[in-house]
Design a protein around this ligand. Structure first.
Ligand code: C2E
Ligand code: CA
Ligand code: CA
Ligand code: CA
Length: 278
């Protein structure tokens, strides 16, 4: 038994070393990853709930690391935030998404827009507005086709700077959505003060949605409040026909999830668009 304990301690510390090595290596290789084209975006359609028309696609970041393979965004984005790399990574994401969506527009899908996730850390830098302007200029994408997804954490510490940045973005014609809505702890009063276009109901509420679940009341309340404030409401993470039917009958404007389509690489998204057009 003693030997076992000993073995498991050694094993455990090996595991920790691997985690530590991975962490240090991830930090170091984030920068190189951009230069080496290890990052790419996948796109997930967000469609109108009743007409099925495509409105926008959400750009989601992927990283294939030369040693560790595909690393989920939730594993490396926090490191990018802590190390400040999120600024250059975020700039790359904005440029890549705008350029891609403009290409789809030029291929004939004239009204498709891009929805880009923005970390709260990105709003700490005044360069952010410049990066957005630059991405629109470089790609030729009209501002009204760019949506930025912010989480409620941005609203919690709503410094004057963040608010004025959001106003400036709106002034440019860029739209702002609140992502993972309902999971934050911020006061709802920000909704009436800030220039927000849409709310995205968090997947956790959609997952457990049925006629008997408390989630039904929550989703219903979000829709009533959102619409009352003149906002669009999007439901994310729809996986079943029942969920889709309920959200549609509740009057949810836009829907997104594996049931409609999973996030696709650009060339597969092009095929998806072509197939849908027929
Ligand atoms: P999120 O913004 O809430 O993105 C939705 C996540 O749910 C994505 O995971 C997406 O692939 C997944 N998803 C979509 N439909 C379904 C569904 O029907 N069922 C289930 N189970 N999952 C679904 P992903 O791509 O792993 O991204 C995770 C998180 O990483 C994102 O959550 C976002 O917070 C962050 N992230 C991803 N890309 C970016 C980015 O470009 N910039 C920043 N700042 N964050 C990003
Ligand atoms: Ca999102
Ligand atoms: Ca979300
Ligand atoms: Ca989420």
């Amino acid at each position: 038994a003693k030997a076992d304990t000993h073995d498991s301690i050694i094993f455990h510390s090996d595991e920790m070393n691997i985690e530590l090595e991975k962490r240090i290596d991830l930090e170091r290789s984030l920068r190189k990853g951009i230069e080496n084209n290890e990052f790419f975006l996948v796109y997930q359609p967000i469609i109108h709930s009743t007409t099925g028309e495509i409105k926008i696609c959400e750009a989601l970041l992927r990283w294939v690391h030369p040693k560790w393979g595909l690393i989920p965004p939730l594993e490396f984005i926090p490191i990018a935030e802590e190390t400040g790399m999120i600024h250059s990574l975020g700039k790359w994401i904005l440029n890549a998404a705008c350029k891609q969506v403009k290409e789809w527009q030029e291929a004939g899908f004239k009204n498709i827009g891009a929805s880009v996730n923005v970390s709260a850390y990105q709003l700490d830098s005044t360069r952010f507005i410049e990066n957005v302007k630059r991405a629109l200029e470089l790609s030729g994408l009209e501002a009204k086709f760019l949506h930025l997804e912010l989480t409620e954490s941005v609203m919690i510490d709503k410094s004057k700077k963040t608010v004025s940045m959001m106003r400036e973005l709106k002034g440019m014609g860029v739209k702002i959505s609140i992502d993972d809505f309902g999971t934050g702890y911020s006061s709802l009063s920000y909704l009436k003060h800030l220039p927000i276009h849409a709310l995205k109901i968090d997947r956790s509420f959609i997952q457990n949605l049925n006629q008997q679940s408390p989630e039904l009341s929550i989703v219903h309340a979000i829709l009533t409040m959102g619409h009352g404030l003149g906002l669009r409401v999007v439901a994310e993470g729809i996986e079943t026909n029942d969920q889709l039917a309920m959200l549609t009958s509740l009057g949810c404007d836009f829907v997104q999830g594996y049931l409609i389509e999973k996030p696709l690489e650009a060339r597969h998204f092009t095929q998806w668009l072509e197939k849908k057009q027929k």
